[in-house]
Design a protein around this ligand. Structure first.
Ligand SMILES: [Zn+2]
Length: 107
């Protein structure tokens, strides 16, 4: 088993899971909690060897519709749909870019 995606909600994860299973990639959803008890759902491939194919399929899902990319990950610069609160690629939390932050917020 290997994690290929972290989604902010069960419904996001389910959409990805459906897409992967249509491609013949068996998956499992794992419910977890992050900082402050914020729930999220991870999509895992049942077979490790499916991981590269799954990651590529997820990437294509997003590339197909660039309009779905509503925010850009501050950590890896990947585009993410508005519904995602965590970067689909690296799992970083959605947040404003460092350059957009006010100086007064420091500390
Ligand atoms: Zn990222």
């Amino acid at each position: 088993m290997k994690a290929v995606l972290t989604a902010a909600s069960h419904s996001d994860a389910s959409l990805i899971r459906d897409a992967l299973e249509r491609r013949g990639i068996p998956t499992s959803l794992i419910e977890a909690r992050g900082y402050g008890g914020v729930p999220y759902t991870e999509v895992w491939v049942d077979r490790d060897e499916d991981s590269p194919r799954a990651v590529e399929a997820i990437r294509k899902l997003h590339v197909h519709d660039p309009n779905q990319c509503k925010w850009t990950c501050a950590d890896c610069a990947e585009g993410n749909p508005d519904a995602f609160e965590l970067c689909w690629k690296c799992g970083a939390s959605r947040r404003e870019k460092m350059t957009d932050r006010r100086m007064s917020a420091a500390g």
